[in-house]
Write a protein that binds this ligand. Structure first.
Ligand SMILES: [Zn+2]
Length: 471
């Protein structure tokens, strides 16, 4: 009898489960206010393997990308973000799946629906020229995979990862990565994480790179060039590997020689360095930007001749500081870009304060305030997708942090920075999350303060320093 009851109970549970299984398509976006189409719902990617071969003469790439993901709902279908290319086939759990494509969205319909909480794999095999089918108005900032005379660089912020591999393209779904990139000799590949292996195939070589830390897709990088590597050891044994074009190797060593000291400073101010390695890749082209690609920031040769205030160190410190603010703590949505750019800019000012003393910081603050004393054209806390990288987000954004520092005092300010970092590391945070930490640590109501700095065009005074807006 007891056995029978147990059996009936089990049957009841099973039928209950069967009834509850209700596969639906995953959402085609994560609800980002600036980029509604990027990212997707219904699953959480754990790991990507990018196995790609680069053909220099045709500029094409070909290969297979494998995702390991966990379903967050019962799924009848799900989307990846992916522009262009010819997709030859898609497998889900090693079984052929059907797929449909419209612009950025690839909808995959597995042969069998997927159960919530189950782990599954997706393999997408494709070939083509990266970026070829991406309209100009979609490529406002992110370029994705770019081939130039000296090789390839990748610069994807905010939406360019989907221009070269199938991806859940939003910082809310970070994942670990393995790269197997095959290039003609004598080209060298530098990607995120650590170089595990170089396989000599005769005319080509396959570089195997891996990172076990979560990476937001816009920070994924592959650099191909005729590089010479410089290997160093930073604080606490941290590997620092820099990749310089052969013709710029000496400039590279000289220009980036203070990286280790900068890592030491930011580790003391914020938290220990977040990842397994750091370094830079310098593309043999004068890029009009630098980018904080995770563990391996990207620069162009312009870094060797910059005449901006603070020189190369201001950019080098800025990109390094992004490893904490931007890469480890990433924006919850792209509207939260101040948490990246204002923070990295202020961190570079902290480097100059450390290096030159408090008078140097004070003069940077005064010059920057004078430069931004008129009302901004954009709101720092909501700059619009078209003005995502407006100078005000950087400079007035950094002034916002300095104004907070003089308002709450050094001890509370640095506790706020450390607590905010510690709470959101390896994930994402919103501006509201930062404000909540600042109020919690300082014990002050800061709503009017942040409203003035982030959500009004007129710049507030920093009365502690006698700084008043211009008229
Ligand atoms: Zn930046």
């Amino acid at each position: 009898m007891r056995k029978l009851i147990v059996m009936l109970l089990c049957l009841g549970l099973l039928s209950g489960l069967a009834l509850a299984f209700d596969p639906q398509p995953g959402a085609d976006g994560v609800g980002d206010p600036y980029y509604p189409a990027i990212g997707n719902g219904g699953y959480d990617v754990q790991h990507y393997t990018l196995d790609l071969t680069w053909d220099k003469s045709s500029s094409a790439i070909a290969g297979t990308v494998v995702l390991e993901a966990v379903a967050t709902q019962d799924l009848s279908a799900f989307n990846l973000d992916f522009w262009g290319f010819t997709v030859s086939h898609v497998l889900v759990n090693d079984i052929a799946a059907t797929f449909k494509r419209t612009e950025s969205e690839m909808t995959i319909i597995p042969a069998e629906p997927l159960m919530a909480d189950s782990t599954f794999t997706v393999a997408v095999t494709y070939s083509g020229v990266p970026g070829e089918d991406v309209p100009e108005d979609v490529r406002i900032f992110g370029q994705g995979w770019v081939q130039y005379d000296g090789g390839v660089f990748v610069a994807s912020e905010p939406n360019g990862a989907a221009f070269w591999y199938p991806v859940n393209d939003h910082p809310q779904d970070k994942a670990a990565y393995t790269f197997r990139i095959t290039v003609p000799n004598p080209y060298v590949v530098a990607a995120n994480g650590l170089l595990l292996e170089t396989i000599d195939n005769g005319d080509t070589s396959t570089y195997v790179w891996e990172t076990n830390y979560p990476v937001a897709s816009y920070l994924v990088t592959v650099n191909i060039g005729q590089f010479i590597a410089q290997n160093q050891t930073g604080p606490d044994g941290l590997p620092i590997r820099n990749y310089f074009p052969a013709a710029f190797f000496t400039n590279g060593i000289t220009t980036f020689h203070r990286t280790s000291e900068m890592i030491e400073l930011f580790s003391e101010l914020f938290a220990p360095y977040p990842f397994e390695a750091y370094g830079v890749a310098v593309a043999a082209a004068p890029l009009p930007f630098a980018l904080e690609t995770q563990t391996l920031s990207l620069f162009g040769t312009g870094i060797f001749t910059t005449n901006r205030p603070g020189g190369a160190d201001s950019v080098i410190a800025h990109e390094l500081a992004h490893m904490w603010f931007g890469d480890s703590v990433s924006p919850e949505t792209w509207q939260d870009i101040w948490l990246n750019e204002g923070f990295a800019t202020y961190a570079s000012w902290l480097w100059f304060e450390h290096d030159g003393g408090v008078a140097v910081l004070e003069s940077i603050v005064r010059d920057s305030y004078a430069q931004f004393a008129q009302p901004s054209e954009i709101l720092i806390g909501n700059p619009s997708p078209e003005r995502l990288f407006d100078g005000a987000v950087y400079v007035r954004g950094a002034l916002t942090l300095h104004a907070l520092r003089v308002k709450v005092g050094d001890e509370a300010f640095f506790t706020i920075m450390r607590t905010y970092y510690d709470r959101y590391q390896y994930g994402t945070a919103s501006i509201a999350d930062f404000i909540a930490v600042a109020e919690e640590i300082s014990g002050q109501d800061l709503s009017a303060f942040f409203d003035g700095w982030l959500y009004q065009l007129a710049i507030p005074a920093i009365s502690e320093m006698g700084l008043q807006p211009g008229v």
